[in-house]
Design a protein around this ligand. Structure first.
Ligand SMILES: Cc1ncc(COP(=O)(O)O)c(C=O)c1O
Length: 441
């Protein structure tokens, strides 16, 4: 049975366009009174909000797995000696590592915590690559003990550490700065001249020579990542061309960064257009027998996720402020990268959008605003708002600002909802403060 895939247009709304931003398995379901509401994976938003509370991250599991296979199958078809790694920083949930592993992705982790989550999910350690511009001895030891597939070396101090720590052969790649100023928010650009990640091309040679000279270091190639939410495929091709100047190696990891559609205005390249661009550049500039690796994060998970909130208050002060029960504590990107979103009054989707509102959060910052000018019907307290395309970098950046509790995550599929991360509790919030609690003395 197909659940919730009815995607009607509604006069006086842009919902027909919104279906292209919401998860693939989003649709309208009809309630007992004949009105329509948003369903994801066949489960209605009111049921989700009632069962699991809000804010709630909801992931369309079928859409997610389909998107993974677009990358894995698409790259393999174009460049058979290839590997797609999931940049797990974008959504480090055990259930996500599991789904990624089951669908044929390898995993990129940035730090000991992500490594622990991946291993706990049952990911084969030989399919894990370890990133970070400031890896500690403890993290490197953890990675080496786990038997990870590769470590992406950022700098020569890290080589000093590895010289001390290595006891058996280890595959290593070197992160280089490809000299591409990515057209994206400054905090998301990582490939330009002043990047803190990796070594400039003219310093790569010495680091590579050190690795090649060491008996336990297996130098496997170079790595680059120009940044995130990049909408111009020419920039990826330029990076591939630039790093080919470092030399001919067994492997080239050209990072992640493909942008996704958050707003009506954005027109990101498709997965196929992105793969065509990097593979065309690889054919032109890289050795034909080299291994080609990519590390998408955002473009794998963003669309599959929505976040549900309850309306807490509607205030008319000249502006209409619709305030919900979450904010930058569960979606830091609204403040960190000025990320723009689209939203839907999800329990009343048949109604025309008659107002333009300030959709704001409950945290104590004026930057805690989801949308400046969100069109919707006149909202009421307890309505359910769905923020679209929150699958990437929302859960992972959640924090306890104003004592907020980190939200739960459910995976939905075929009319069933599965809790995969439970909501943080006040007891957990207090637990790390135990040494200072009066009762501790
Ligand atoms: C090294 C590396 N690879 C891949 C990614 C994933 O980028 P995106 O989520 O934009 O695809 C990142 C993101 O910061 C990164 O730092």
């Amino acid at each position: 049975m197909q659940h919730g895939k009815h995607q009607p247009d509604v006069a006086g709304t842009r919902i027909a366009e919104l279906w292209g931003i919401l998860p693939e398995e989003a649709g309208r379901i009809e309630l007992g009174d004949g009105s329509g509401e948003l369903a994801i994976g066949g489960v209605g938003v009111t049921e989700l909000a009632e069962r699991f509370g809000t804010p709630l991250h909801v992931v369309d599991e079928d859409g997610l797995r389909r998107q993974i296979r677009r990358f894995v199958d698409g790259l393999r078809a174009r460049w058979p000696r290839s590997e797609v790694l999931f940049a797990s920083k974008s959504f480090p949930a055990v259930a996500m590592y599991r789904a990624a592993h089951e669908e044929g992705l390898s995993i990129d982790v940035a730090g000991g915590g992500e490594l622990q989550l991946a291993l706990a999910a049952g990911v084969d350690p030989t399919r894990v690559h370890v990133h970070g511009n400031a890896k500690t001895d403890a993290e490197l030891r953890m990675a080496l003990d786990a038997g990870v597939g590769a470590i992406i070396v950022d700098n020569e101090d890290e080589l000093d550490r590895l010289e001390r720590l290595l006891e058996r052969p280890q595959s290593l790649l070197l992160r280089v700065i490809p000299g591409v100023e990515a057209e994206t928010h400054a905090s998301q650009a990582t490939g330009g001249r002043r990047s803190k990640f990796g070594l400039p091309l003219d310093q790569a040679e010495r680091a590579i020579a050190r690795m090649r000279a060491h008996p336990l270091m297996e130098f496997a190639g170079v790595h680059l990542h120009i940044g995130s939410q990049i909408l111009n495929t020419r920039q990826f091709a330029e990076a591939v061309a630039n790093i080919s100047s470092v030399g001919e190696f067994a492997g080239y990891d050209v990072g992640g960064g493909l942008g996704v559609r958050y707003t009506y205005e954005e027109r990101p390249p498709s997965v196929e257009e992105y793969l065509d661009a990097i593979v065309a550049a690889a054919r032109e500039h890289l050795p034909a027998d080299a291994k080609l690796l990519i590390e998408p994060g955002r473009s794998i998970v963003a669309r599959a996720g929505v976040t549900l909130y309850r309306v807490v208050s509607v205030k008319r002060t000249g502006d209409v402020f619709v305030a919900v029960d979450g904010g930058l504590a569960d979606n830091l990107d609204i403040a960190l990268t000025d990320q723009r979103y689209e939203a839907l009054l999800a329990n009343r989707i048949d109604e025309p959008w008659t107002e333009s509102v300030q959709l704001v959060g409950r945290q104590c910052e004026s930057g805690d605003r989801f949308i400046d000018g969100a069109p919707m019907p006149a909202a009421r307290v307890d309505d359910v708002v769905a923020l679209a395309a929150t699958g990437a970098y929302a859960y992972t950046l959640s924090n306890n600002y104003n004592g907020a509790l980190k939200p739960a995550i459910v995976f939905v599929r075929d009319g069933e909802a599965r809790l995969v991360v439970r909501r943080e509790s006040y007891a957990e919030l207090l637990a790390t403060h135990a040494p200072a609690l009066p009762s501790a003395g």
